[in-house]
Write a protein that binds this ligand. Structure first.
Ligand code: ASP
Length: 567
């Protein structure tokens, strides 16, 4: 039996074959107390010295016991546990399996290095806080299936050995033994297959899908992650967004008992960056970034004037707090890490201004600052996108305290079709996204807007989606404007453009990051804490040591040879 089943037992009756792990052992000379733990409960065992093998028992031994279910003596109850008022007087104890000494204790808030926790992940998952994360994940899966069934969306799976057609990140490649020298890729997402379902005549699709992206280590990304992947035929962005809101609300209610009543607001990409410095603002912080470009456009400070003359902007934040020198230096250092030339600041205190640039500022400029009241004025001047990271950081750090614990959702839309990442032109979503206006796109693709929408929760990008291109000519045009040659288009996407050519309905879709969602609701700093067996930041698995080198013989079967970098 398990501990929860004790609920059905009367006091002073017999417990037979209760199984569990020894959570703690306390020897009180002649009498031993054990906290027995199983999947979801604890119960105290009281054991006389005459019970066999009691002296051998250590933490994490797996035991079975029989005994008498009793009420604890008055004053000895543990109100924190469901069975804290009870104990079992053990009459028989059997060690099912011993445990080696533990690399860390099975308890919450341990300080053990994460690589050790991952090496012994099966023990780490015995700890309650980790178990709760995995249970939350499981509840999310269940609630997804329930709401999708309710909405009559079809669960269909897609292959994981596919043609390499990178969607932005690099692919994980799989050599084909039967066709030496050729490779499959693992999907970065089921994107093209889910579109193929719409071309195949299915009205909709969902899948709890594994996605693989071989990215350079980025904070809190995993090479392998899980998303709720969705696609709808005869669809437009509003239909998809309404469906996603319904699905999210249902998951929150069923899996977490959190009711989200209001509908999610929207912001354009430009407004998001302008007001919050980021395309994923945390709206739990109400303060926005302010603009004083007009006030400073004739500044005597040459870098301000030059920048504003060249379509730069003057953005500022104000706090009634008089920041200390140390706080300002700290913000300055953080700004520089984000590519700023430095933090601009003015303090106004006791009717006096201080700050490195104040003596060069005009009366009008200073009276603008003082009109905000006593406090500290922090600013950045430059191209909006260049200074936005710093403004985002300042806003979040300055007003962090004003955050209330709630779940604030936001749609961000009207993204530029293309962005420049590491000097390379990339679609900001993916190249299957429809442009908002085909003529504008054709004339000036760099300025064009995409029918792409992101869902943000508390400053975290929870998911993305778009209206898809359903026309082979437009698909070819987009790939060309992206910079692909005719032969690259043919080799990489020819089969997909062909599939688009047989009467493809309008379709649109979305994908919700399940790891992110669970991490956010469970208030975990890293998605690694909600993934049962994650990789480290460098893509290693400390439990199995993957990825590992292979014997030359085995590689030969795949027609592969590893080149020694030193040769
Ligand atoms: N395939 C996209 C992604 O994984 C989502 C989508 O457009 O539906 O981000």
């Amino acid at each position: 039996m398990n501990i929860k089943e004790l609920r059905n037992l009367k006091i002073n009756t017999e417990v037979i074959d209760l199984f569990g792990w020894v959570n703690t052992v306390r020897d009180h000379g002649g009498l031993t107390f054990i906290d027995l733990r199983d999947y979801d409960s604890f119960i105290q065992l009281v054991i006389d010295d005459n019970i066999n093998e009691i002296e051998k028992i250590k933490n994490e031994f797996y035991i079975s016991i029989s005994g008498i279910f009793k009420k604890r003596d008055l004053g000895l109850e543990n109100k924190k546990q469901e069975f804290g008022d009870y104990e079992i007087q053990v009459t028989n104890l059997n060690i099912v399996n011993k445990s080696k000494s533990l690399p860390f204790q099975i308890e919450d808030k341990i300080e053990t290095d994460e690589s050790i926790r991952l090496k012994y992940r099966y023990l780490d998952l015995r700890r309650n806080e980790m178990k709760q994360n995995i249970l939350a994940r499981s509840k999310v899966f269940k609630s997804i299936r329930n709401v999708m069934n309710e909405m009559n969306v079809l669960e269909i799976d897609t292959p994981t050995l596919i043609k390499s057609t990178p969607e932005g990140a690099k692919d994980f490649l799989v050599p084909s033994r039967k066709n030496p020298g050729t490779f499959y890729a693992l999907p970065q997402s089921p994107q093209m297959y889910k579109q193929l379902f719409m071309m195949s005549g299915f009205p909709n699709y969902y899948q709890i899908a594994k996605c693989y992206r071989d990215e350079d280590s980025r904070k809190d990304r995993q090479p392998e992650f899980t998303q709720l992947d969705l696609e709808f035929s005869n669809a437009n962005p509003n239909l998809v967004k309404n469906n996603v809101e319904k699905i999210i609300k249902s998951i929150f209610s069923e899996a977490f008992d959190i009711k989200i009543n209001s509908s999610f607001p929207s912001l354009s990409f430009h407004d998001a960056v302008n007001l919050y410095g980021t395309d994923k603002p945390d709206l739990r912080i109400k303060e926005t970034i302010n603009d004083a470009t007009n006030v400073f456009s004739n500044s005597n400070v040459s870098f301000i004037k030059d920048s504003l003359d060249n379509s730069g902007v003057f953005k500022y934040l104000f706090t009634p707090k008089i920041l200390t020198r140390k706080e300002i230096d700290n913000f300055d250092a953080l700004s520089k890490e984000l590519g700023s030339n430095g933090l601009g600041w003015i303090k106004f205190e006791n009717q006096n201004f201080s700050g490195p640039l104040t003596k060069h500022m005009s009366d009008d400029e200073l009276s603008f600052v003082s009109s905000l009241g006593e406090g500290t004025f922090l600013f950045q001047v430059g191209n909006l996108l260049d200074i936005s990271k710093t403004m985002d950081m300042l806003r979040t750090k300055l007003y962090e305290r004003s955050k209330k614990e709630e779940h604030v959702f936001l749609w961000v839309e009207d993204f530029p079709y293309f962005e420049i990442e590491n000097n390379v032109l990339q679609p900001s979503h993916h190249p299957f996204t429809a442009p908002q206006n085909v003529n504008d796109f054709e004339k000036n693709p760099i300025e064009a807007i995409a029918l792409h929408y992101d869902l943000v929760l508390n400053g975290v990008e929870l998911g993305s989606g778009s209206q898809r291109i359903n026309n082979p000519d437009l698909q070819t045009l987009v790939l060309k404007k992206w910079g692909l040659s005719d032969s690259e288009i043919e080799n990489r996407f020819g089969w997909f453009i062909e599939a688009l050519s047989y009467g493809t309905p309008q379709h649109a879709g979305f994908a919700i990051g399940i790891d992110r969602l669970v991490a956010e609701v469970m208030k975990q700093n890293s998605i690694r804490d909600v993934i049962p067996f994650p990789k480290t930041q460098s893509g290693m698995d400390p439990l199995t040591d993957a990825p590992t080198a292979l014997d030359a013989d085995l590689l030969e079967e795949y027609n592969l040879k590893v080149i020694d970098e030193n040769e």
